[in-house]
Design a protein around this ligand. Structure first.
Ligand SMILES: [Zn+2]
Ligand SMILES: [Zn+2]
Length: 396
């Protein structure tokens, strides 16, 4: 929803990776604030760019619904009429859909106060992609600034599917780690005077592949991806260090802890084997908790979706390998939550868009420059899903 240029290229302070848009949703936040104001509602700013609006409507339970609002450092390649106007920044994860659907739900609930009773909290959360936004709002006193909810809801658009719900783990825990290993730099012609970090990193990368294949129980879900390996700059210099960026995904925190221990063991022993004189370092960042839907909360929304929507619209989900920081909010309030997914492709429309040359690939996934949720019917379904979920608790 941002519409004016940001200072680009956006980088970390020292110009290095990882690249981030953390807490940069200033104009999106202002726009949401303006939309709420148009509805006669006050927006409480919590953290730099997070917002909560509270609709108090008599006795009854309190429901919190959350939309994430951040974009990604991706250049929009959809060519659609709602594509990003900012070079290098795009709502490639569909959070613009989440914002619009939640604003729509707020509007409908606010215009139909006779239909329900209780308190509705609409929470617009920044920086989901960096796992920084829920934390930023909690650090700014979220739990003491709004009424305590009884249940929390969130939804996410996915390239395929309908409305998909699931009790228990629905999104994986995610961890990123930057590993720095140290060698001894020297002239490229003098291997006897060096400890080569390129070879060291290469052996670590291969050995890390054995964690999932040889250490995790067959059938248990785990991902260990080496997403980046950086060392050296030219052929005749042996550099003095190498950096690896790893991404981990798990559905079981015990499995996660064992994988982290395995990474530590492998990296340290490979450094010893190579003759590295300095201990490797491990910096964990972008850490996402497990999204583990409460059974009762999930069953209640699932039943409400089944009752409201046509047959076949609400279906059970398979757990996804993506991750989310949403659950940090209900966990901080110690309340149950349900997180569901909304399919965002209309197969017929998609085919027509391909025929018209507007899009040119198979249905693209979230984070793709071609990710293109169809507005109709996705927006309507996503908006109704938020209203139906709220009314399952608040309806008269
Ligand atoms: Zn995303
Ligand atoms: Zn997302």
């Amino acid at each position: 929803m941002d519409s004016s240029p940001l200072p680009l290229p956006l980088k970390t302070e020292d110009g290095s990776f990882p690249f981030t848009l953390e807490l940069e949703e200033h104009r999106t936040s202002e726009r949401i604030e303006a939309e709420l104001k148009d509805l006669g509602l006050e927006a409480h700013r919590i953290s730099k760019t997070g917002l909560v609006t509270v609709i108090e409507n008599g006795q009854g339970p309190t429901v919190l619904a959350r939309a994430d609002i951040d974009a990604l450092p991706v250049s929009d390649g959809t060519g659609l009429d709602y594509s990003s106007t900012i070079d290098g920044v795009m709502h490639a994860c569909g959070h613009d859909m989440h914002i619009t659907a939640l604003l729509g739900a707020v509007r409908r609930l606010n215009e139909n106060l006779d239909a329900w009773s209780g308190t509705y909290l609409a929470l617009f959360q920044p920086s989901e992609e960096d796992a920084a936004g829920a934390k930023a709002m909690l650090d700014d006193g979220l739990t003491s600034k709004i009424p305590k909810p009884d249940v929390a809801y969130a939804q996410h658009v996915m390239p395929t599917g309908t409305i998909n719900t699931k009790a228990g783990p629905v999104l994986s825990a995610g961890d990123s780690v930057k590993i720095t290993v140290h060698g001894r730099g020297a002239h490229g012609s003098m291997p006897h005077l060096s400890v080569g970090p390129v070879v060291l990193a290469a052996t670590i990368v291969l050995r890390l592949q054995t964690i999932v294949s040889r250490e995790v129980e067959p059938g248990e879900f785990a991902v260990v991806t080496v997403g980046a390996s950086n060392s050296g700059s030219t052929s005749n210099i042996t550099p003095d260090r190498a950096e690896l960026l790893l991404n981990l995904r798990t559905y079981d925190m015990g499995v996660r802890d064992r994988i982290i221990a395995s990474i530590g063991r492998i990296v340290k022993r490979e450094c010893q084997a190579a003759g590295s004189q300095k201990e490797p370092t491990f910096e964990y960042y972008d850490q996402f908790p497990l999204t583990d839907n409460d059974e009762e909360a999930n069953d209640a929304v699932t039943k409400a979706f089944e009752d409201y929507f046509d047959d076949g619209v609400a279906q059970s989900a398979e757990p996804a390998t993506a991750s989310e920081d949403f659950s940090e909010i209900p966990d901080a309030f110690e309340i149950p939550y349900a997180y569901w997914m909304i399919g965002s492709s209309d197969a017929d429309k998609y085919e027509k868009a391909v025929e018209a040359g507007i899009v040119n690939t198979d249905i693209p996934a979230n984070h793709s420059p071609q990710f293109a949720p169809v507005t109709d019917p996705t927006l309507e379904i996503a908006t109704k899903a938020q209203v139906v979920a709220a009314l399952s608790q608040l309806g008269r």
